[in-house]
Write a protein that binds this ligand. Structure first.
Ligand SMILES: NC(=O)c1ccc[n+]([C@@H]2O[C@H](COP(=O)([O-])OP(=O)(O)OC[C@H]3O[C@@H](n4cnc5c(N)ncnc54)[C@H](O)[C@@H]3O)[C@@H](O)[C@H]2O)c1
Ligand SMILES: O=P(O)(O)OC[C@@H](O)[C@@H](O)[C@H](O)[C@H](O)CO
Length: 446
């Protein structure tokens, strides 16, 4: 369905319409547009069949929405409403498959962005039926790239900058592997696979910024009608591992003043961000919910929980990052920034939202620190163990039996973990808050 507002050719295909893409990627594109650096407009694609109300909101607002940037920046309170007018139209590929494929034939298209949660970039065993959308995100992208390859006879200069933003390790490499796997499974020509590899650039990326929905309290009438408005903290950072081609297309030089950087190796940044920020979220969410807390802000302003998270990060996570070659001063500075970000009074970041797929978040966000701490010191980390026990207990209250059982662990690691978590769980049964206080006293006192 066309949405006529805005000028400039369609240059960006965005798979995903969620809060994060609106408050982060689309906002960055709006800043580039405002500075006259980039005129590209965005075609937003719903990765799953769109719910009619969401579609209607996008159409009613002609793809325009507000990003409320609020919190503390350089010690000063910030509350700003930034308009974002970069979207040209939306497409639901499950209903408009041909319109979706047709966008691949636009000579102006040059950037493909996705964010479909961790559940999006996965292999689904499915065939390709012409005229019908595959279910998988990577299958849709494969079909789209194949259409482009055909439309331009495999021209090397019609490849795309492919920028997945899903929070998974090596997201660009993962997407390329999935595309090549679909190309093979669907018996697409070898020349296409070669074009995918040689003419397209897949970036591994790391995004960092907290984006939540705008909760309308009537205080800003201009936002009352905006069903797509989001709230974002002032802090944001986008790191991309890959060639600078995307930066060149966006005229993204230092003087743009945007926190987007191209780095040769993402790994140290990823370890730092995931272990500190996401690790702290996962640690506070399970225990916090058991204690009756509901938001991140409530957790970091609760005396016992705040001390617990602070000690967990500085005593048990920090040493594991130093062992990964990240300077202690850098880790400490990041911990301090993160704790300040968590106390942002404007963000209503619900612990229950953080708990989506919590069993795997414990595995990717807490377990690596746990294991490294144990290897480094020969001791079980008591605070991380209690956080994991809190997660296990909370997951059990939600009906998941033995929530960590599916993790791929060797027998020795499994026995060690089970014994440690079991001991910590016993303490949680009576009062989570006193278990936290007790563990904290023992740790800090030792
Ligand atoms: N919101 C944040 O603060 C934030 C910050 C950094 C990273 N992220 C990342 O962004 C992701 C989305 O967060 P959000 O706040 O935009 O959520 P959201 O619910 O607003 O959007 C989720 C998006 O993913 C799509 N999606 C969900 N499940 C899917 C599936 N199984 N297959 C294909 N697509 C699927 C939805 O259609 C939608 O486009 C998170 O999982 C996280 O990895 C979020
Ligand atoms: O978005 P999720 O569900 O992967 O994880 C929940 C939070 O930890 C996450 O959204 C952080 O706020 C974000 O990663 C900050 O950059």
């Amino acid at each position: 369905m066309p949405m006529a507002k805005g000028v400039g050719p369609e240059r960006v295909l965005q798979i995903g319409e969620g809060r994060f893409l609106r408050g982060f990627v689309d906002w960055i594109l709006a800043q580039l547009q405002r500075q006259g650096r980039y005129d590209g407009r965005v075609v937003v694609v719903f990765p799953r069949s769109a719910n009619p109300a969401a579609r209607e909101a996008w159409n009613r607002q002609q793809g325009q929405f507000s990003v409320v940037v609020c919190g503390i920046e350089a010690g000063h309170p910030v509350f700003r409403i930034d308009p974002v007018r970069v979207v040209s139209r939306t497409i639901d590929p499950h209903r408009e498959w041909i319109a979706f494929l047709d966008t691949a034939t636009l000579p102006t298209m040059e950037v493909l962005i996705s964010n479909t949660t961790e559940a999006g970039l996965v292999w689904l065993d499915e065939g390709y039926v012409a005229d019908q959308a595959p279910q998988s995100v990577a299958g849709k992208i494969t079909a789209w790239l194949y259409r482009r390859f055909q439309a331009f006879n495999g021209a090397a200069d019609r490849g795309m900058e492919i920028v997945p933003c899903e929070l998974i390790d090596q997201n660009g490499t993962t997407l390329r592997t999935l595309v090549l796997r679909y190309a093979e499974a669907w018996h697409l020509p070898a020349a296409f696979r070669q074009w995918v590899t040689e003419a397209n650039r897949f970036y591994n990326t790391l995004v960092d910024s907290i984006v939540t929905s705008w909760v309308d309290d009537g205080s800003h009438p201009e936002l009352s009608e905006d069903a797509l408005a989001v709230v974002r903290e002032p802090y944001y950072r986008w790191l991309l591992e890959g060639p600078p081609t995307l930066g060149e297309r966006w005229h993204l030089t230092r003087d743009a003043g945007l926190a987007v950087d191209f780095v040769p190796d993402l790994e140290p940044y990823r370890e730092l961000k995931v272990r500190v920020l996401n690790g702290a979220h996962t640690a506070m969410a399970g225990l916090g919910l058991l204690m009756g807390l509901s938001t991140v802000r409530e957790a970091v302003t609760h005396r016992t929980m705040a001390s617990f998270i602070d000690a967990l990060l500085r005593r048990e996570v920090l040493p594991t990052l130093a062992a990964h070659g990240i300077a202690e001063s850098e880790v400490t500075a990041f911990i301090e920034t993160v704790l300040e970000r968590f106390s942002n009074p404007y963000l209503v970041h619900r612990l229950e939202d953080i708990q989506l797929n919590a069993d795997w978040k414990v595995y990717t966000r807490l377990w690596p620190s746990w294991q490294d701490y144990h290897n480094l010191t020969g001791h079980v980390p008591p605070l991380l163990t209690l956080a994991m026990a809190g997660q296990k207990r909370w997951l059990e209250t939600q009906g998941t039996d033995n929530p960590f059982a599916a993790w791929p662990l060797g027998e020795a690691a499994r026995d060690l973990l089970d014994a440690a978590v079991q001991a910590a769980s016993d303490d949680l049964r009576t009062s989570p808050e006193s278990a936290i206080g007790h563990t904290l006293n023992q740790t800090i006192g030792s």
